[in-house]
Design a protein around this ligand. Structure first.
Ligand code: UD1
Length: 384
């Protein structure tokens, strides 16, 4: 049993950073128990750096792998080779990874090659369709097979792991750390640094907040989404769209073509996390293909139309705040107009519910690590 547990947290993209920041901060609170180290692959650059700054995390290692129009092969090969010397230098007792990106899977694989135990945060989400989301469904399955400790956000995600033969004793239901981050960031009196956002009349207008980035939606599916948005604007003169556009040039090209010239569309740069979640809190309806926003929006009481055919987050669908609408222009326009014109339909979806967490997930994760390494005999209380 080590004196102190050396934990190396590894992440690479913006959402992983948002959801790992509360865990890193929690480990730092207990220097008598943990030595906390951070390595970033920087699969994202600008979008990652914003989050590191906000949460005041200075990585001990930065692989800086991002390249324009990078492919899955590029990220995979660069991250795997780049992490090897870091594992050799740090020799951590535990590597912590998050979620389902290529960084997640490759960091787990690299740790496994050195026989270093792996803890997987946000473990057990599944659509059971290996190409949707692509490659995330396979990334999280492969990470789940490698991991030694699984931090599942909900009971449903624990069941998914048990169905795959994972030892139940290695699974802790903790809630999702995204809610830990959210609860420290949303404020009802928030005002933006960006003037054009401060001028928006959120109380009177119909404001749609839109984001898209999924690989399986690139090209024609995304074009259909944007065409649907144009139809909605044509039919509702009081509606407007705020759209922070992902840095991926393949996303930007099509957005510009379809929505660039519309007077009621604000295309803006990807926002920092703090203004972004506060914008979610003020918007009327959210249309997105993001996974994390499906977790954040229910606790803010915002209806979410998910621009995908599958979701690994059935809890919010069951709770009624999230609806899958796919990428057909007709369906998206119809469902959005329904929410804009039928107050009853809007009210039914705009329920504030919290299927994903209570803000204590990171505490439970830290406690579970101590328990796993026999530094404490106290099992963390389960998130219910
Ligand atoms: C990645 C993850 C996805 C996660 C998403 C969150 C993989 C395969 N995909 O998808 O699971 O949901 O992050 O955003 O791991 N780019 C920039 N600047 C940035 C960020 C990205 O220019 O700050 C460009 C990159 O050069 C790249 C493109 O955007 O060519 C796409 O980035 P990439 O990490 O390959 O995939 P994402 O779609 O962001």
């Amino acid at each position: 049993m080590p004196q102190k547990i050396k934990v190396l947290s590894i992440f690479g993209t913006r959402p992983e950073a948002i959801k790992m920041a509360p865990v890193v901060k929690e480990l730092e609170k207990y220097p008598e128990n943990f030595i906390s180290k951070v390595a970033v692959t920087a699969q994202h650059r600008e979008m990652l750096d914003q989050v590191l700054q906000l949460f005041q995390i200075t990585p001990d290692h930065d692989l800086n792998i991002m390249a324009p129009e990078q492919t899955l092969y590029d990220i995979t090969a660069k991250a795997l080779l780049g992490l090897k010397p870091i594992f050799e230098q740090e020799r951590p007792d535990l590597v912590l990874v998050h979620g389902d990106t290529t960084t997640t899977f490759i960091a787990s694989l690299g740790a496994y090659y050195q026989q270093i135990p792996v803890g997987h945060v946000e473990a057990g989400l599944r659509t059971h369709n290996k190409y949707s989301p692509y490659p995330e469904e396979m990334n999280r399955k492969l990470t789940g097979s490698i991991a030694d400790i699984h931090f599942s956000p909900t009971a449903t995600s624990r069941e998914n792991l048990i169905d795959e033969g994972i030892d139940p004793e290695s699974i802790y239901v903790t809630g999702n750390t995204v809610i830990d981050a959210l609860l420290t960031t949303v404020r009802h009196d928030y005002s933006f640094h960006n003037d054009s956002l401060n001028k928006v009349n959120f109380a009177e207008k119909e404001i749609l907040l839109v984001t898209t980035h999924r690989r399986e939606n690139l090209g024609e599916p995304m074009r259909q989404v944007y065409k649907a948005l144009r139809q909605v604007l044509e039919q509702r003169s009081q509606a407007s769209i705020i759209f922070p556009v992902h840095k991926n040039p393949a996303v930007r090209r099509v957005v510009e073509e379809e929505l660039g010239q519309h007077p009621r569309v604000q295309l803006i740069e990807p926002m920092d996390y703090e203004p972004f979640v506060n914008l979610m809190n003020k918007a009327n309806i959210i249309l997105t293909d993001s996974g994390g926003m499906q977790e954040e929006a229910p606790s803010l009481g915002k209806p979410v139309l998910v621009l995908r055919d599958t979701t690994e987050r059935p809890e919010a669908v069951r709770a009624g705040t999230v609806k899958l609408v796919g990428t057909s222009a007709e369906t998206i326009a119809r469902e959005t107009l329904e929410l804009l014109t039928n107050p009853e339909a809007y009210k039914n979806m705009a329920n504030a519910v919290n299927p994903y967490g209570d803000g204590k997930a990171s505490q439970r994760i830290a406690q579970a690590i101590l328990y796993h390494f026999r530094k404490s005999d106290q099992l963390p209380e389960e998130y219910a």
